[in-house]
Design a protein around this ligand. Structure first.
Ligand code: SF4
Ligand code: SF4
Length: 235
């Protein structure tokens, strides 16, 4: 039942994407910063960082329209992506993108805040929407399960930083826990994980905190022995 609700929310989020993608766009942030404007996307990315201090990556697993598109692509390619740089490349892209945005903001002071900067509903928006959706879909088809989340996502580093801050400050946050003595190594959690994580290994070593875990709870729901639990706990 929980997973039906999750997939329903993700699908609805994908349907709303023509309206919401202005507020999740690294490109719109750059264009706004070039005019000395902090726009809705910048405020949204900042609020994701704050949310993740307690909510970890629940946004990725339950709300992200890009995640929804990729989970559709996984019906056609459900392989795990084992690229060497797959989890690292997003940090490199993110670092240079953020440095450029900060440079633009510093160069274009004084700054204004305009949540709706560049927001538009004219016809060309649907062309841009289709291009963005196609790129996400084709990338996930080519790379495998949630390939874009692993390698390109510009929002994931904000949330991973939020998680690290919470752990550093011993703030309780949403996380998985496991009773590994109950595990029968059936491997269902590995097969079900949309991020193709080695959940069996995570359980066996009692290392349930993975930067790449999106808190979708698929593994907890599929486990026949209820090995995997979740809740707001302190590290
Ligand atoms: S480890 Fe579990 S909660 Fe995390 S992404 Fe994989 S299936 Fe989802
Ligand atoms: S689904 Fe449960 S019992 Fe099976 S390997 Fe994963 S944690 Fe162990």
């Amino acid at each position: 039942m929980k997973q039906k609700i999750r997939k329903g929310i993700l699908t609805y989020s994908a349907l709303l994407f023509p309206l919401t993608f202005f507020f999740m766009s690294p490109y719109v942030i750059i264009m706004s910063a070039a005019n000395g404007i902090i726009n809705g996307s910048a405020l949204f990315f900042g609020s994701l960082l704050l949310f993740s201090i307690i909510g970890s990556r629940l946004f990725c697993g339950w709300l992200c329209p890009g995640g929804a598109i990729q989970e559709q692509a996984a019906h056609s390619n459900s392989k795990a992506w084992n690229g060497k740089w797959k989890d690292k490349s997003k940090y490199i892209i993110w670092f240079f993108w953020l440095a450029f945005v900060l440079f633009l903001l510093i160069s274009n002071r004084p700054l204004d805040v305009n949540f709706f900067n560049m927001f538009s509903l004219d016809n060309h928006i649907f062309v841009i929407y289709m291009i963005v959706v196609t790129l996400i879909y084709v990338f996930a088809l080519a790379t495998g399960k949630r390939g874009m989340c692993h390698s390109l996502c510009w929002m994931a580093p904000f949330m991973i930083i939020g998680e690290k801050c919470a752990d550093f400050l011993h703030i309780p946050r949403f996380r998985l826990t496991a009773e590994n003595q109950k595990c029968i190594s059936c491997g269902r959690c590995n097969k079900q994980c949309p991020m193709s994580l080695d959940v069996v290994e995570m359980v066996k070593t009692n290392q349930m905190d993975s930067n790449e875990c999106i808190d979708c709870l698929e593994c907890a729901d599929i486990c026949p022995k209820q090995v995997i639990q979740f809740g707001i706990t302190q590290k």
